[in-house]
Design a protein around this ligand. Structure first.
Ligand SMILES: Cc1cc2nc3c(=O)[nH]c(=O)nc-3n(C[C@H](O)[C@H](O)[C@H](O)COP(=O)(O)O)c2cc1C
Length: 159
């Protein structure tokens, strides 16, 4: 049976997710960041998480060769940042306020959670690379907050 790509996207888009910006540094130390909703937790012991990176995007090589990356879990207030880091744009970082994690990769204050990772493993997954990270440091909002959600190709809110 041939699977139509549009229909396939529609079907998998029925799975509601959060939204993250995954950051790293390339071999020259330049900042790299992409919006990603493929993030998931993987293992408790050791503490592993994963996300998937598209082999066709310009940030691919930086993620393939990196040693560390950070997962910034976004709030509703960070929707503009999500849109910015979903674009292929050389000026992605212009005017974007950020700090640096202990591992040197960018972090965004105001995120629901920040997971700093050492790269643990990589696996081929069709036209994506599955990036597994071991969490070395984390912060999160203990109180009420409103995470940014993604569902059926659009942002969504917790109602
Ligand atoms: C909600 C949302 C989720 C996304 N999730 C992923 C993802 O998990 N993996 C990925 O490689 N690209 C994902 N993208 C697309 C990338 O953000 C986009 O291709 C990337 O920012 C391109 O940047 P670059 O050209 O600078 O590499 C997503 C885009 C959106 C809007």
């Amino acid at each position: 049976m041939t699977i139509d790509q549009r229909e396939y996207r529609n079907a998998v888009g029925c799975f509601a997710t959060g939204v993250t910006i995954v950051t790293t540094l390339d071999i020259d130390g330049d900042r790299i960041g992409i919006t990603a909703n493929s993030f998931t937790s993987l293992s408790l012991d050791p503490p592993l998480v994963l996300f998937c990176v598209d082999a066709k995007i310009s940030s691919f090589e930086a993620f393939e060769s990196c040693r560390h990356f950070n997962i910034n879990v976004l709030t509703e207030d960070q929707m503009d940042m999500s849109n910015n880091f979903a674009r292929s744009n050389e000026d992605k970082w212009d005017g974007v306020e950020h700090g640096s994690g202990k591992n040197g990769c960018p972090v965004f204050d105001g995120s629901v959670a920040i997971l700093e990772c050492d790269k643990h493993a990589m696996y081929e997954g069709g036209d994506h690379l599955i990036m597994v990270g071991q969490v070395t440091k984390m912060t999160y909002e203990a109180g009420d907050c409103r995470p940014l959600l993604y569902y059926k190709g659009s942002y969504a809110n917790l109602s």
